[in-house]
Write a protein that binds this ligand. Structure first.
Ligand SMILES: O=C(O)CCC(=O)C(=O)O
Ligand SMILES: [Fe+2]
Length: 318
């Protein structure tokens, strides 16, 4: 529990164990905004046109592996409430969080820090609360009991994002001309949620909240909050993802890249730290089940040779 970075907010200097080697440092943390990331408006003029919507999603997933969704139907109030309850969780006194702290990745609901604290050389400036969500009645009982409205708010929110994620997966499926429900069942039965907390950092040039990665799962819906700290690597340049009010940042996961036989990409992204404010983000991940076999869809690898061999999702996660 004392490993949590949020418990060390008195720090005036970045500890050596958080200082990245020079070649991995973010250097300039204020990078230009990526003005071209597609913003898909689900209430916009053309949103009733399914074909147009699918085209926008597929194009964004090909070019960026990431897009923003606005007017998506998850209420503004619920979006605010889930970020607030996430912040409140991290503000609780240590005694209310200690029972959730665990270094065992197999523990279902767990509070931890960085990525893999005990085996990594340098730590990342982030604490996380992570737990499975779907189906709610199986998992909710293991979620935090405090703040008192945590289960209600996160339960309502995760159910809404679950529906929206599956709907977007169906549109992707249609856009790739796969048989209907191809991305359902075994490929998308698992939803997990991570509430990330990035405390202010005395020297953001030396650290990262999260290093460069692409999401390994199927699809991710992120509420990124208000500061410019999420960046994507586009044509060799780090660019900031603009924080839009109430928008979801949708990350195409690596499994969709493989299933689409490389037609869709997943964006390399990272999180930088900032000096002034603590930042809380809420991430919903949709995953295949552990034993699910992942391979390029046959219809897509008929015309171009398969780029990947089949594997079990759980082996990939190792
Ligand atoms: O917190 C963020 O802004 C991004 C989190 C993220 O990329 C992840 O959890 O995979
Ligand atoms: Fe990510």
């Amino acid at each position: 529990m004392e490993k949590l970075i949020s418990g060390r907010c008195h720090l005036q200097l970045v500890p050596e164990t958080y200082t990245l080697p020079p070649e991995s440092r973010p250097g300039q943390t204020q990078v230009p905004l990526c003005e071209t990331i597609p913003v898909i408006d689900l209430e916009g003029e053309l949103s009733f046109d399914r074909t147009h919507l699918i085209k926008q999603i597929i194009q964004a997933s090909q070019e960026f592996g990431l897009f923003q969704l606005i007017n998506h139907g998850v209420s503004e109030k619920l979006v605010h409430d889930v970020i607030d309850v996430g912040k409140e969780f991290f503000e609780l006194p240590a005694k209310d969080k200690v029972s959730l702290y665990s270094e065992d990745p197999k523990q279902s609901c767990r509070l931890y820090t960085s990525i893999d604290y005990d085996s990594e050389k340098v730590h990342y400036w982030r604490d996380t609360l992570r737990h499975p969500c779907h189906p709610l009645e199986e998992h909710m009982q293991f979620w935090p009991e405090k703040p008192p409205h945590y289960r209600e708010v996160v339960g309502n929110y995760s159910a809404e994002v679950w529906k929206l994620s599956l709907w977007v997966l169906d549109l992707i499926c249609e856009g790739l001309e796969l048989e209907s429900r191809y991305l359902r069942e075994e490929l998308s039965p698992v939803q997990s949620m991570a509430i990330n907390h990035y405390p202010p950092c005395p020297d953001p040039c030396l650290t990262l909240g999260l290093p460069k990665h692409s999401d390994v799962n199927l699809i991710t819906f992120l509420l990124q909050g208000e500061s410019h700290v999420l960046q994507i690597l586009k044509d060799g340049q780090w660019l900031a993802v603009e924080p839009l009010p109430n928008a979801f940042v949708v990350n195409v996961g690596h499994m969709i890249h493989i299933i689409s036989n490389g037609k869709l990409s997943s964006a390399d992204h990272r999180v930088v730290t900032n000096k002034k404010v603590a930042r809380t983000t809420v991430t919903s991940f949709i995953h295949p089940c552990n034993n699910c076999r992942i391979e390029p869809a046959k219809v897509l690898s008929d015309c171009s040779p398969p780029l990947y061999r089949d594997f079990a999702y759980k082996d990939f996660l190792k």
